[in-house]
Design a protein around this ligand. Structure first.
Ligand SMILES: [Zn+2]
Ligand SMILES: [Zn+2]
Length: 105
């Protein structure tokens, strides 16, 4: 469980990322309402990963559970591969969303 102050910094980073990238899951790419999306530590908390924009990915409940399943199984090969894809999708989502916002102005 996250402590109170971690909970609020996670909420802050999560909201910032959703504002920048749109309310999409970075794993399945589906659109959600912002409250359905969760912040996930790319480098896990146990491995010293912090709540910073570069270490948080936005995931839906289903995809988030899948990542934690891999962590629980110690399936780091699959986890790292999955994180690589997720970070790439996050980057593409951000670029597309920024372009979209520019066109809307
Ligand atoms: Zn998802
Ligand atoms: Zn997580």
């Amino acid at each position: 469980m996250l402590e109170d102050n971690e909970e609020s910094s996670m909420r802050k980073i999560r909201n910032e990322l959703i504002n920048e990238c749109g309310a999409y899951c970075w794993c399945c790419g589906n659109y959600f309402t912002p409250t359905e999306l969760q912040g996930h530590h790319i480098i896990t908390k146990a491995q010293g990963g912090k709540i910073t924009k570069s270490n948080i990915a936005i995931l839906c409940d289903t995809c988030h559970k899948k990542q934690h399943q891999l962590i629980k199984q110690n399936n780091w090969r699959k986890y790292h591969k999955s994180m690589k894809n997720i970070m790439y999708t996050g980057k593409v989502l951000r670029e597309n969303y920024q372009k979209f916002m520019l066109e809307m102005r």
